[in-house]
Unconditional design. Structure first.
Length: 98
């Protein structure tokens, strides 16, 4: 199952990737928009304090540089699932005007 981007129910303009017990990648709509746009353009995404995304040979690794317990505290979206993940993240951000 993919760890999808979701909107915070408590904080305005805040999004996170679900499926994390600790070190959840999270950030503003503008940060996520920059990451999604870079991935859609097949470019290396920018890195932010609480969210980073890095392309790997198997897909995209999401991590929170600030919140992660260690370098293993991350989540992958496989290359196979990436188009669906990006479409859903893009739609969510557009729905909120980001």
């Amino acid at each position: 199952m993919m760890n999808l981007l979701h909107k915070s129910a408590w904080i305005t303009n805040w999004y996170a990737v679900n499926g994390f017990q600790f070190g959840q990648p999270e950030g503003t709509g503008e940060e996520w928009r920059a990451i999604v746009n870079a991935l859609l353009a097949d470019e290396e995404p920018p890195r932010f304090r609480r969210v980073s995304a890095k392309r790997t040979i198997v897909g995209v690794e999401f991590q929170s540089p600030r919140n992660a317990i260690d370098e293993h505290d991350h989540s992958y979206v496989s290359n196979e699932d990436l188009p669906e993940w990006l479409a859903k993240a893009d739609a969510l951000l557009k729905e909120d005007g980001k």
